[in-house]
Design a protein around this ligand. Structure first.
Ligand SMILES: NC(=O)c1ccc[n+]([C@@H]2O[C@H](COP(=O)([O-])OP(=O)(O)OC[C@H]3O[C@@H](n4cnc5c(N)ncnc54)[C@H](OP(=O)(O)O)[C@@H]3O)[C@@H](O)[C@H]2O)c1
Length: 242
């Protein structure tokens, strides 16, 4: 399929929540080709339904970001879809959360969170790098959280104290983003908090509907340039203290 005129995107954790909404908004435009990565494509009902109504193009591929073999194996699917044209945007969105405190955190569980929220995005980025290098636009967006902001902790300590492993994994993800920015000066790399969003993770009390958060997220990443690379931003473009 000729894909030269498309803007190409890879979104992880596209099965539900913010990831699914990102894909939904992207494929409303016929200019976008989206590689929607999820753990079990054969069970990704919403994504498969979206494929039928999309104006843009969706390729659903398997990536379990906590399984490093699965990430490495995705090279073949990426090669088939964007080996020629390259990839323009990588959105590392897949993530998990745990309710724990410094007193209750289980070190094995902490490692699980680091695997999914930090090591997975690092390896997905490595695998995507050759494809991003081929693209005319080279952008990586990490979906982080304000929970990973040490500078916001005093204001947030009460609720965020319950998410210690999660906060540690997102703070490390933020460092990955900054390291990537230093290593790749021609890339635009942003680490971003989507806000408190009504998803399975955010719960019903969330302050934002997924479509509101994602409209902001896409505005931030499409308008960001290399000048903004390395920034830690909210979905509305505000800077977050490290
Ligand atoms: N919602 C919020 O208020 C909020 C706030 C701050 C930051 N965030 C961040 O935003 C991102 C998306 O969160 P969300 O609210 O959409 O969460 P969600 O509703 O729980 O959805 C999480 C998504 O990540 C996928 N996922 C989890 N582990 C995965 C793995 N090992 N491999 C591949 N996919 C995996 C899930 O896939 P399955 O369907 O297969 O489980 C699902 O598609 C996360 O990084 C989260 O930390 C969310």
């Amino acid at each position: 399929m000729p894909t030269t005129h498309f803007t190409t995107w890879l979104v992880t954790g596209a099965n539900r929540g913010i990831g699914l909404e990102i894909v939904t908004q992207l494929v409303a435009s016929s200019n976008n080709l989206v590689i929607a990565a999820c753990r079990t494509p054969e069970k990704a009902t919403a994504l498969n339904d979206l494929k039928k109504s999309a104006r843009g193009v969706i390729h659903i591929i398997k990536i379990d970001v906590s399984n490093f073999d699965s990430i490495r194996a995705s090279t073949k699917a990426l090669q088939a879809v964007c080996g020629e044209t390259g990839l323009n945007y990588l959105i590392n969105n897949a993530g998990i959360i745990a309710q724990d405190t410094v007193s209750t955190l289980d070190p094995e569980h902490l490692l699980e969170l680091f695997k999914t929220n930090t090591a997975g995005p690092a390896l997905v980025s490595q695998v995507c790098l050759p494809f991003l290098e081929k693209g005319s636009t080279k952008k990586i967006l990490h979906i982080s959280s304000t929970a990973g902001s040490i500078g916001s902790l005093s204001a947030l300590e009460s609720p965020r104290g319950l998410f210690t492993s999660y906060a540690m994994s997102k703070a490390a993800l933020n460092m990955l983003a900054y390291k990537q920015k230093l290593k790749n000066p021609d890339f635009t790399i942003i680490t971003l908090c989507p806000g408190w969003v009504k998803t399975d993770m955010g719960g019903e009390e969330g302050l934002l509907e997924p479509h509101e958060s994602v409209a902001g997220i896409l505005k931030v990443i499409t308008s960001a340039t290399v000048v903004e690379s390395g920034k830690y931003l909210r979905y509305n473009g505000e800077e977050i203290p490290w």
